[in-house]
Design a protein around this ligand. Structure first.
Ligand SMILES: Cc1cc2nc3c(=O)[nH]c(=O)nc-3n(C[C@H](O)[C@H](O)[C@H](O)COP(=O)(O)OP(=O)(O)OC[C@H]3O[C@@H](n4cnc5c(N)ncnc54)[C@H](O)[C@@H]3O)c2cc1C
Length: 388
């Protein structure tokens, strides 16, 4: 058996260097323009794809690197440390939250049709699970898919679908068995952008993540071919829960990367900002606040990386992943609030990266499992397994 990969593995060390360099060259100079455009374009994906950065968690047989969750975490930290949370959100949804469904449960034909383009960055992928009345409570989703003579017909509405405006391929969840409990009657489908009967309605401007697009997807008798079904029929809920583990880990790493960049910027700023005959750094209150934030950031980083190692070993880490999502999602809020505060009025202005990161980070205690939902999951495990 090959030993499991670790964060010290030369391939992972090399990956971090490559990701940092590529993101500095191909993402950061354009991030502001993409914020204005409201989306991250194909060109960004292609630049990352050319360096193999879009297939880190995909199997080598599918053209990926097969480096698994540790590589995903490293990439998520680095792309988020670009300071453009919207780009990170768009790209990580593509790499770790949607295309993984095709990699894990697609047929040979589906994998061959979509994965090469997705890994090159020619096709942008997203996932549409949430509905206007089914967010945290996914089991109450109402969108339906029924077989007709030639394939499937979908009716209903999805909301908050990141990458739906400019994306090419969406993974869509729908009820396929109305009689069964929702958890046993949902299936996944691969939906291409020009599907007849599908209308993409861009949503209102959001608080942050301006460089990621978001839309409602309205299905009115939308017609899909028979081979659009992804994975086993009626096993979609299980697939969503399984994928949530990697998704939440990666969202934890996104919080780590954003917080790292905010802390670095703030340290530089307070050391240069003159006040009261010295700099802000000379004030003990400033130093102690940053020291505590640095300690909390390190603790969360350690939890994220430890959980990635457990995931790479194939261990059940639902409890740890829930802790990652809850703790990282909340800690990054505190980091941003304090970093903005230490920038004073400058932190409130739109040209300050900390202003953007504060808005971008706000989603991390809501999306992909709100903090309360994660805490419920941890409490459930504590009740069943005790404190370990
Ligand atoms: C910018 C953005 C991007 C997104 N991208 C996607 C995407 O690409 N694909 C997709 O499918 N979805 C996406 N979503 C949806 C996102 O995952 C949901 O918003 C999230 O799951 C919460 O669901 P909700 O908004 O319906 O909130 P609700 O479920 O209505 O919850 C509202 C609040 O109630 C509280 N709450 C909820 N449940 C509990 C509980 N059990 N116990 C205690 N308190 C609770 C929490 O504070 C929660 O924030 C996105 C959302 C946003 C804003």
């Amino acid at each position: 058996m090959t030993p499991p990969i670790t964060f010290d593995d030369p391939r992972i060390v090399q990956l971090r260097e490559t990701a940092r360099r590529e993101i500095r060259e191909h993402i950061e100079p354009y991030g502001a323009a993409w914020e204005t455009a409201g989306t991250t374009p194909h060109a960004a994906y292609r630049a990352l794809g050319a360096k193999g950065l879009l297939g880190l968690c995909h199997a080598e047989t599918d053209g990926g690197s097969g480096l698994g969750p540790i590589a995903s975490v490293v990439f998520a930290e680095e792309i988020s440390a670009s300071s453009y949370g919207g780009v990170a959100e768009a790209v990580l949804i593509h790499t770790d939250m949607s295309s993984t469904h095709i990699g894990h449960r697609g047929t040979e034909v589906q994998r061959r049709r979509y994965l090469p383009g997705i890994l090159r960055g020619d096709l942008i992928c997203g996932i549409a699970v949430s509905e206007p009345e089914a967010g945290s409570d996914l089991a109450s989703m109402r969108t339906t898919a029924r077989r007709d003579g030639r394939g499937w017909v979908i009716d209903g509405m999805k909301t908050y679908a990141t990458n739906a405006v400019h994306g090419d391929v969406m993974i869509v969840a729908a009820r396929t068995d109305m009689q069964a409990k929702a958890t046993r009657g949902i299936s996944l489908f691969i939906v291409e952008r020009n599907t007849p009967g599908l209308e993409i309605r861009p949503m209102a401007r959001k608080l942050g993540l301006h460089s990621s697009d978001i839309a409602d997807m309205v299905f009115t008798g939308a017609q899909l071919p028979a081979d659009a079904l992804l994975g086993e029929e009626n096993r979609g809920f299980h697939a969503i829960l399984e994928n949530f583990q990697n998704e939440r880990l990666v969202l934890g790493a996104m919080a780590v990367g954003l917080a790292r960049r905010a802390l670095e910027s703030t340290l530089t700023y307070v050391k240069s900002r003159k006040a009261f005959g010295g700099t802000l750094w000379d004030l003990q209150a400033t130093r102690l606040r940053l020291a505590m934030l640095a300690a909390r950031h390190k603790a969360v980083t350690a939890l994220v990386r430890d959980t990635a190692v457990r995931a790479a070993l194939g261990q059940d880490c639902v409890r740890e992943v829930s802790m990652v999502k809850a703790l990282a999602g909340e800690t990054v809020q505190d980091v941003m609030r304090e970093c903005l505060q230490l920038h004073g009025g400058a932190g409130y202005m739109a040209d300050c990266p900390v202003e953007r990161m504060t808005r971008d980070a706000r989603i991390l205690s809501i999306g992909g499992g709100a903090t309360e939902v994660m805490l419920e999951e941890i409490a459930k495990r504590l009740n069943e397994e005790g404190f370990q």
